[in-house]
Design a binder for this molecule. Structure first.
Ligand code: GDP
Ligand code: MG
Length: 440
């Protein structure tokens, strides 16, 4: 996949002292093939490679101290740029209700995403959405939305399947005004393919309701088809955003990379599962990192380089990569890492950290670092290297010796274990063994 391929290429140059033009050329060939293999649009790939090459053979890289890392950085920045800035804001009409039209082909996830979006609007923005069942063609489509509404405890407007969808939309907005619903989410019908009847109906709904947002829902699994669908829907309707669904599945990621460039419409949200809370803001930079399989490790390296000397930064990176990290190293790094910024921020930047449950609640009190240092100093050499031997008795001794509590010792041991786990993830990702989640 894309990740493996890019990683192999990057691995080759990672350790290089100097990069010359032919190195860059070879790398770019790999990058080009990797992107095409991942089903990225041909023209997008061509432009992309051109931009990266220009920057890579320019002063920026050749004059850099670490050309290898610099090239990776350029690739990542350009990948991010390709997907656009972060765009997860939802419009608000000056006179409510705000109208959002959900459009897309059959099975893309319109109905599910309508429910997810309603959930998000209520949870995050404290809004009162009305869901509107305007798909009168697909059997059980109305029922499906009503079920979602029931699950969410939210109203669903429907007039059955004998009333024209344009009329349904009109009456729904009236109803929303009466009931003080500030958002109206219209779940429209899809077809198997883009066709004139579908577009005609959607255009009529658009003309009548003057929607503040038209979100195209596309299935990430359909790759280039998703990109073509986005292009034609945008031409005909004028989209304000794309929701890319089923990114939790085994997708190659080509769609994410080319949708904005081809259809000129930003991806605003991604669907990460069937559940009603599985809708996330789209972060181009995170996506680029995931594609490269590196988490935010680049940012971490940059920070380390800015605050620690070159040699030490390389050492840190290597330790993280090989996960051969002991409490002695930890102690050693603490002083340096302390200069890099709040510890919990750093830990959250580690690859895979965003997938760890409760990471947002993980916090390291800066004032406690002194305690941490004392605890580690109270360990024996063997305990520092093999913390698994630290049983209850030893914990008690360490707490006493360091003037801390058993709880603090326990917490440190647990955090250290978490940290090692994350480091292991880096190693696995770099070996291309990453399982589940995003696959490209
Ligand atoms: P519609 O025809 O466009 O309204 O599509 P539906 O909302 O009925 O969704 C079609 C199928 O895709 C359903 O089985 C959904 O549960 C599933 N689905 C929708 N979004 C996602 C997603 O983000 N991830 C996964 N795994 N399944 C999804
Ligand atoms: Mg539907």
């Amino acid at each position: 996949g894309l990740a493996d391929r890019l990683q192999n290429t990057m691995q080759k140059i990672r350790g290089k002292g100097k990069v010359n033009e032919s190195d860059v050329k070879e790398m770019m060939r790999e990058v080009r093939l990797a992107l095409l293999e991942a089903d990225v649009n041909f023209k997008v790939v061509k432009d992309f490679v051109k931009r990266v090459s220009e920057r890579a053979v320019g002063q920026e890289v050749l004059k850099s101290l670490t050309p290898g890392q610099q090239v990776i950085k350029v690739v990542k920045e350009e990948l991010t740029e390709l997907m656009g800035g972060e765009q997860s804001k939802i419009a608000t009409a000056s006179r409510p209700p705000t109208v959002i039209m959900m459009v897309g082909l059959q099975g893309a996830g319109k109905t599910t995403t309508s429910g997810k979006l309603a959930n998000l609007l209520r949870k995050k923005y404290n809004r009162k959405p009305l869901l509107v069942a305007a798909d009168i063609y697909r059997p059980a489509a109305i029922k499906q939305l009503e079920t979602l509404g029931k699950q969410l405890g939210m109203p669903v407007f429907s007039l059955g399947d004998q009333v024209n969808p344009v009329e349904i939309a009109r009456q729904a907005i009236e109803k929303a005004k009466q009931d003080h619903n500030d958002y109206v989410l219209i779940d429209t019908a899809g077809r198997l393919h883009v066709d004139e009847n579908l577009m005609g109906e959607l255009k009529e709904i658009k003309e009548l309701t003057k929607p503040d947002e038209i979100f195209l829902v596309v299935d990430a699994m359909t790759g280039q088809d998703a990109v073509n669908v986005a292009e034609s829907f945008n031409e005909q309707l004028g989209l304000t955003g794309v929701v890319l669904t089923k990114l939790d599945g085994d997708t190659r990621g080509g769609a994410a990379l080319s949708i904005r460039a081809v259809s000129n419409t930003p991806i605003k949200f991604v669907g990460m599962g069937e559940k009603l809370d599985a809708l996330e803001a789209f972060h181009p930079e995170r996506m680029a990192s995931r594609i490269l399989g590196m988490g935010d490790v680049l940012t971490l390296i940059e920070k380390a380089q800015a605050n620690v000397d070159e040699e030490k930064a390389k050492e840190l990176e290597k330790k993280m990569r090989t996960a051969s990290f002991t409490f002695d190293d930890f102690l050693d790094q603490l002083g340096q890492v302390r200069n890099m910024g709040p510890l919990d921020d750093l830990i959250k930047m580690l690859p895979g950290a965003n997938k760890i449950k409760g990471i947002d609640n993980l916090s390291i009190d800066e004032k406690q670092i002194g305690h941490v240092e004392a605890i580690i100093r109270s360990m024996t050499k063997n305990e520092k290297e093999h913390p698994e031997v630290i049983n209850a008795g030893r914990r008690k001794r360490i707490a006493k010796g360091s003037g801390t509590s058993i709880q603090e010792v326990n917490r440190l041991l647990k955090q250290f274990e978490e940290m090692k786990k994350m480091m292991k993830q880096v190693t696995n990702m770099q070996k291309g063994k990453k399982k589940g989640g995003f696959k490209f």
